[in-house]
Design a protein around this ligand. Structure first.
Ligand SMILES: NC(=O)c1ccc[n+]([C@@H]2O[C@H](COP(=O)([O-])OP(=O)(O)OC[C@H]3O[C@@H](n4cnc5c(N)ncnc54)[C@H](OP(=O)(O)O)[C@@H]3O)[C@@H](O)[C@H]2O)c1
Length: 243
């Protein structure tokens, strides 16, 4: 087995995903840059390589079965296994999302990408993860998906805008993360949810207060957890986030 650790990051062409790829690359990892758009993918791969990262492009639309199956084949050919999968790709589905005026297609888009996309990619990559001695899965969630925080905080940066699609899609993702952890509890696979904080990216019109590099830190930490580390939990930089 090669010494170099191998990761796949979905939605790695920009924002927090790009910085997760850069951060893991900086630790010496080989990184598959999952991205659906060829031009954006290649420009991210070029930029990462120029920074010294051992990066390779992985065409990947998380909503498309064939694309995800092709991506698993490509990672197998290029790397032969996976040590970490970071399910980072997500969409808001479109705003506004006031529940009483909801467009069902907005909800469907958010769930299709942020939840079903994660299940689709995870299951396709599991055979490659099972070849690793210390496999890790990180699901990029958000504190807006924390029911506890949504109902107990007066902090608008935590509560976020009214959101009948995006925020519940992250609650759904958290619940899915727990189910995976339960099924995989007797394996070396550790799977956790992460919140990057409120980060200035396209997702929020760059209104966030943290940099993408700061947002990437928690995912990098969870992708590099030591054996015996936590699984089935939800973390941000400050520690455990309540469900
Ligand atoms: N920014 C924040 O404050 C914040 C807070 C909490 C959690 N998060 C989470 O952090 C993660 C990264 O968000 P970000 O802020 O970096 O957002 P971003 O800049 O909008 O990046 C999202 C990434 O996901 C990709 N993507 C979307 N749909 C896809 C699909 N169907 N297939 C493949 N890739 C797809 C995008 O690709 P394209 O370029 O092709 O669109 C892009 O690379 C997300 O899971 C988000 O929910 C962000």
């Amino acid at each position: 087995m090669s010494e170099q650790s191998i990761a796949l990051v979905t939605g790695a062409n920009k924002g927090i995903g790009y910085e997760i790829a850069a951060g893991l690359g900086g630790l010496g990892w080989r990184v598959g840059v999952g991205a659906r758009d060829a031009e954006r993918r290649e420009s991210a791969v070029e930029k990462l390589r120029a920074a010294g990262v051992d990066a390779f492009g992985v065409p990947l639309d998380v909503t498309d079965d064939a694309s995800v199956a092709d991506a698993a084949r490509l990672v197998d050919e290029r790397a032969g296994r996976l040590d970490a999968l970071v399910n980072n790709a997500a969409v808001t589905g479109g705003m506004p999302q006031d529940p009483t005026r909801a467009d069902p297609s907005v909800v469907r888009t958010a769930v299709e990408t942020n939840v079903i996309g994660v299940i689709r990619v995870t299951n396709a990559m599991l055979p490659l993860l099972r070849l690793s001695a210390s496999p890790r899965i990180v699901n990029m969630s958000s504190t807006v998906g924390s029911l506890t925080r949504q109902t107990s905080s007066a902090d608008l940066a935590v509560i976020g805008p009214l959101s009948v699609a995006y925020a519940p899609s992250k609650t759904f993702l958290n619940a899915v993360t727990i189910q995976y952890a339960k099924e995989l509890r007797d394996t070396p696979i550790l799977i956790n949810a992460a919140c990057p904080g409120f980060v200035a990216t396209d997702l929020n019109g760059f209104r966030g207060v943290r940099t993408p590099e700061q947002g990437a830190a928690i995912a990098i930490r969870l992708a590099t957890l030591p054996d015996g580390g936590p699984t089935g939990a939800f973390f941000d930089d400050a520690g455990v986030v309540p469900w």
